[in-house]
Design a protein around this ligand. Structure first.
Ligand code: PNS
Length: 162
């Protein structure tokens, strides 16, 4: 069976240009891509899940990315993937340091459902240092984040830190 649709899960707290780079790469390969925002990430999020979904939708629109649906999910990713009938899970890799965590997650998900394949995309080199945590920290202390995330993300962070 050929892979035609995929889910791109994450905390997206908030979405950055690094995530957007992965979305662009994944939409070149898959006909349908769904971004799935986890309701309860491992780390306590700055934004609620509703806010993260809305910020992600706005950021995609700002970057002229159409046809990518954004949903929220709770519980196991593999259950969400199955309920949306997707064949693949998309994840981005920045550096070596991502590997152990991603390897563990991909093999766990494969164990839970061997029909759903995890597919990795290498981020653009210019975003290999970038994370949502860095973006939040820079903005929190008054730094400039326009090369890290779209304007809508900057506005949401400014509002949050007011
Ligand atoms: O952006 P993140 O925080 O690195 O994304 C991690 C995420 C949300 C994809 C992962 O933690 C997840 O899928 N959580 C849902 C719970 C789950 O399915 N756990 C088993 C796979 S490790």
């Amino acid at each position: 069976m050929r892979l035609s649709n995929a889910i791109y899960p994450g905390s997206f707290d908030p979405i950055t240009y690094g995530h957007i780079d992965i979305v662009r790469r994944a939409t070149r390969l898959f006909d349908d891509l769904v971004i799935a925002v986890v309701a309860n990430p491992r780390k306590k999020p700055l934004f609620s899940v509703t806010e993260r979904v809305r910020i992600t939708e706005k950021a995609l629109a700002e970057c002229d990315i159409c046809g990518v649906k954004v949903i929220a999910y709770d519980g196991l990713l593999i259950d969400c993937a199955k309920s949306h009938n997707v064949q693949a899970i998309v994840r981005g890799l920045r550096a070596n340091s991502d590997f152990d965590y991603e390897f563990q997650m991909a093999l766990t998900n494969r164990d839970l459902d061997s029909d759903i394949e995890t597919v990795f995309f290498m981020t653009a080199g210019c975003y290999s240092f970038l994370s949502s945590s860095i973006v939040k920290e820079v903005k929190r202390f008054g730094g400039e984040i326009k090369s890290f995330a779209p304007k809508s993300v900057e506005q949401a962070l400014a509002h949050k830190f007011e």
